[in-house]
Design a protein around this ligand. Structure first.
Ligand SMILES: [Zn+2]
Length: 273
C-alpha cells in the first residue's frame, strides 16, 4: 500500500493519524478505498460529506433527480442556488470544495439492473441512501450476487434504522431478504414524501452510515452485520436487535432461487430520503 502522504495530507488527516486504530496505514486504506453512495439525498448528504472529509479516495454518487426546494430541509450537501441541477452533480461540487484530494465520480443515471451490474463491481462498498423498496431490493440482491458489502440505512418521520449486509461472505452473515423476504405491497409502508421526516433524523442516520463504512474499510470495531439498529428520535432511544441468516432465504439460503437481477424492473430514485 502507498504510504506516501504530502504535507498537506498529513496536516488535513492529522486527527485520524493520531488515532491508534487508524494511523497512517488506516489513512492509506481510506485513500485507496472506493465507495458507491446511491442517492444524494437526506442520507447521502452527510454520508458523502463525512466520507469525503475522511479522505475516502474515490466516491461514486448515483442520483438521477434534479434538486428541488423541498429537498433542502434535510439534504445539506446542496444549496438553494442549485435548484434544478442534477443532485449527484451538485453534491460532487460540494465534496470537491471540502476535499480536493479525493476523486468523485458522478453517475447521473437511474439505477436499474443493468447499471447496478455495471457500477457495483467498480466499488468496494455500497451505501443505500434511497427511499423506495424497488431500489433497496435491487441493491440488496445486486450486492449479494456481485460480492459487495452493503451499508444500509432508512428513515421515516422520527425514526431510523441501520444495518450492514455482507451475506456474500457466507454464514453467519444474513442478507436483506433474511429480514424482509419480499418487497412490501405498494402503499403498505409510506415514503418520506408521503409521511414526512424530520431533517435532522436523516443527518444522524447518514452520519452513522458513514461511521460504519469507515469501520468496514479500516477493519476496526464491531460491524453491524447480523444486527439492526433502531432509533426513535422522539424518546431518544437506540435499540439493537439480532438478525439471523435464514437457511430458507431465496437469496442467500441453500436452495436460493434468486441467481441474477432479471426480475428487477427499472427503479426510480423518487425520493432519496
Ligand atoms: Zn438471506
Amino acid at each position: 500500500m502507498d504510504l506516501d502522504f504530502t504535507d498537506a495530507e498529513l496536516h488535513r488527516y492529522s486527527r485520524h493519524i493520531l488515532l491508534q486504530d487508524v494511523g497512517a496505514v488506516g489513512q492509506a486504506r481510506l485513500r485507496a478505498a472506493r465507495v458507491l453512495v446511491v442517492g444524494a439525498g437526506g442520507l447521502g448528504a452527510p454520508l458523502a460529506l463525512y466520507l469525503a472529509a475522511a479522505g475516502v479516495g474515490t466516491i461514486g454518487l448515483v442520483d438521477h433527480d434534479a434538486l428541488e426546494l423541498s429537498n433542502l430541509q434535510r439534504q445539506v450537501i446542496h444549496a438553494t442556488s442549485r435548484i434544478g441541477r442534477n443532485k449527484a452533480d451538485s453534491a460532487a461540487e460540494t465534496l470537491a470544495a471540502l476535499n480536493p484530494e479525493i476523486r468523485v465520480e458522478v453517475h447521473a443515471t437511474r439505477l436499474d439492473a443493468a447499471t447496478a451490474q455495471d457500477l457495483i463491481p467498480r466499488y468496494d462498498i455500497v451505501c443505500d441512501g434511497t427511499d423506495n423498496f424497488a431500489t433497496r431490493f435491487l441493491l440488496g440482491d445486486a450486492c449479494h450476487l456481485l460480492g459487495r458489502t452493503l451499508v444500509s440505512a432508512a428513515v421515516l418521520r422520527f425514526e431510523g434504522q441501520l444495518s450492514t449486509f455482507k451475506s456474500h461472505a457466507g454464514p453467519p452473515h444474513p442478507c436483506h431478504r433474511c429480514l424482509h423476504p419480499e418487497i412490501p405491497p405498494d402503499g403498505l409502508v409510506p415514503s418520506c414524501s408521503e409521511a414526512g421526516v424530520l431533517g435532522a433524523v436523516t443527518g444522524v442516520m447518514g452520519t452513522l452510515q458513514a461511521t460504519e463504512v469507515l469501520k468496514e474499510i479500516l477493519g476496526i470495531g464491531e460491524g453491524m452485520s447480523g444486527r439492526l439498529l433502531l432509533w426513535d428520535a422522539l424518546d431518544t432511544r437506540f435499540r439493537t436487535v439480532k438478525l439471523r441468516r435464514d437457511p430458507g432465504c431465496a437469496l442467500c439460503g441453500e436452495g436460493a432461487t434468486i441467481r441474477d437481477l432479471s426480475a428487477h424492473r427499472p427503479a426510480v430514485l423518487a425520493c432519496t430520503a
